[in-house]
Design a protein around this ligand. Sequence first.
Ligand code: F6R
Length: 606
Amino acid sequence: MCGIVGYVGAQQATPLLLEGLTRLEHRGYDSAGIALLGGTGIKVAKRAGRVRDLAEGLPKRFAGRIGIGHTRWATHGPANDVNAHPHTDAKGLVAVVHNGIIDNAASLRQRLADEGIDLVSDTDTEVLAHLVALSEESTLEGKVVEALAAVDGTYGLAVVHADFPDRLVVARNGSPLLIGVGEREMYVASDLAAIVRHTTTVAHLGDGEIATVTAGGFTTYGGDLRPVTRTAETVDVDPAAYETGEHESFMHKEMLEQPAAAARVLSGRLDERFGTAHLGGLNMDARETRAIRRVKILGCGSAYYVGQMGAALVEELARIPADAEAASEFRYRDPVIEADTLYVAVSQSGETIDTLLAVQEIRRKGGRVVGLVNVVGSAIARECDGGIYLHAGPEVAVASTKALTNMFLGFALLALQLGRVRDLSIADGRRLIHGLDRIPEQIQEILDRESEIAAVAEQLAAAESLFFIGRVRGFPVAREGAQKFKEISYRHAEAYQTSELKHGPLALVSEVVPTVAIVPDDELTDRNVGALHEIAARRGPLVVITHADVDLGEVECVRIDVPRNERELDPVLLVVPLQLLAFHAALQLGHDIDKPRNLAKSVTVE
Ligand code: F6R
């Protein structure tokens, strides 16, 4: 959420900053700006809109070899030119870009106003520029530390100062910040995506640390300005993963990458001989694993819904009571943390602040947390006691797809391992392993029917309002289907348990309110089909995601059959047509698929 990029070296900074911002745009896209530090001091260009609007509006001579850039997702104040970052002090000596939220911004604004300083924007960030400018410390590092001492909140930030023309200073507390090492040039970024074409050798700043970055290198310090060592490491990443290639959008590309991504998360982790999974990264021996009495899964948004699917897997396979909870609510209800509960944090980005804070709360109270995380070395991955990396590859589209598939498979591996040190038989373990082995090709089978599903989506796109319904295993699938649909099509899509429909929402069903029903071939099929009749009797149009040979009776509907696997694994296949439905409905409606309205990738603010 929000993106930062910075450059210091021998090249002109503007094209590098604009390119970096374009690659960060999925993290915020309501306004953008850059500040350059040149021979004549600091120059700033910023405006509401996309990075391309910024680029088109840049002054002719906008040169400098040190600069910082930002793409914004508004928190304080609307998306307009003034609120766009970078922010400067009154004299224009200091420019700051910032991700995160300054919680005490209101009192700091008042303090600055009392000192006669005019604040021009509505943002929390602007106070930082003034505080740095007011500091009487002799070094830029000292000024930044003094300014930050007054601040409560989260930040990843980059600062330039006209009196220190050879450097950028960056700082981090809760929002990621990395330093990229080039040949006599250096980069800073909130996300590797911004700089991946120029360097993959990076050092991650820790929370509470700051760094000086010059063309010749970088130095890292703790908050007290005592040097700390941070070594740059080369990351194994293919820059093409950050390009759309032949696809019209990242979401499309990432949906189609699912078979390969699914194969990666399973690779080397299935043990056919013992009918189990090997997850060394959990850092738990068999005795500790057997001592677990409860599993509590925490995630946000779609990760929470997959967490619900994961809880069902853990209960079914390991027979351990399990549930999932929205991480954003968890710590506010002062939860009881139990020593024999295994807490599982699930996150694609590994940065979602609500999930991170939940992890910290659990660990503060002595609980054990493992992570199911996609981004290696991310804050949540580092905060956990152990975990499973999802190996989905970089996910750029705001609407998550391949990471969610791999989260489900990660839960299946976890449930298998937990189950096999308890009552799950070797035969059942092997049955699931064979099922998991088939998942990548079965996802491919569904993706191969994209044009058929696209035709259904075009009908759904016409509806202002839709229901997504399912029961038990199918309910989190319905929730994820509704989430994806509303997120990118902006249609009102509501998920309900099929069994609850008749207790109220059936009142809304009519010929203009379609229902997408999840009806797998399982112990609830007959009851699900009964509900379809009730909807059809009220002239509600129906799309049914089901298995071949499931008898839907005389119900008038469009059916989409998914391949059969083991029942426990059904959700991961049932959800794929829902991704395609959402994608093609949004395409039909002409929306910007990768940059849905009001949203951004990686929610790093509470
Ligand atoms: C939906 C979506 C969001 C994320 C949620 C958690 O498509 O992407 O609901 O699932 O913001 O994000 P992570 O997984 O990064 O913690």
